[in-house]
Design a protein around this ligand. Structure first.
Ligand code: FES
Ligand code: FES
Length: 154
């Protein structure tokens, strides 16, 4: 099936089997390797992308479902000022160790920071609960996100 969508702002047209997941289309057909293959069971969040601005697991959505939509991956987000600030804040706060979860966390956080300019720690924790990190503990990640949110208010 032919599927057309915007990928990081650029139009893409790709021929895929109807049962292909978006994660495979991104990584194997389009060479977009930022979304990582983790659990493949919609549990870990390493494959997170934004679909029309909302975080989704790309292992849990068929490519045909994104026809006509806008998909953002960490590659696009990292080229954006807000994405860069988030990545820097993760690094500064020590919220990155092995780094495997980081693209997913930054992608999810980007959507949060873009939509809300004031949130409590509890709201941040709730928002990122679909992303798992086995290295850092979550405090540093929450701090990294909080720093970017508070810098937006200045
Ligand atoms: S690989 Fe998609 S949620 Fe884990
Ligand atoms: S930094 Fe290793 S899983 Fe999060």
């Amino acid at each position: 099936m032919k599927v057309s969508f915007k990928l990081n702002g650029n139009p893409v047209e790709v021929e895929v089997p109807p049962n292909e997941i978006l994660l495979d289309t991104l990584r194997l057909r389009l060479g977009v390797k930022g979304p990582k293959r983790g659990c493949e069971r919609a549990e870990c969040g390493t494959c997170t992308v934004l679909l029309d601005g909302k975080p989704v697991y790309s292992c849990n959505i068929l490519t045909v479902q994104v026809d006509g939509s806008s998909v953002q991956t960490i590659e696009g987000i990292a080229n954006d000022e807000l994405g860069r600030r988030l990545a820097e804040s993760f690094s500064k706060e020590g919220a990155v160790q092995c780094g495997f979860c980081t693209p997913g966390f930054v992608t999810t956080s980007y959507a949060l920071v873009k939509s809300l300019h004031e949130v409590s720690d509890e709201q941040i924790k709730k928002y990122i609960e679909g992303n798992l990190c086995r290295c850092t503990g979550y405090k540093k990640i929450v701090d990294a996100i909080k720093n970017v949110i508070s810098s937006q208010r200045k």
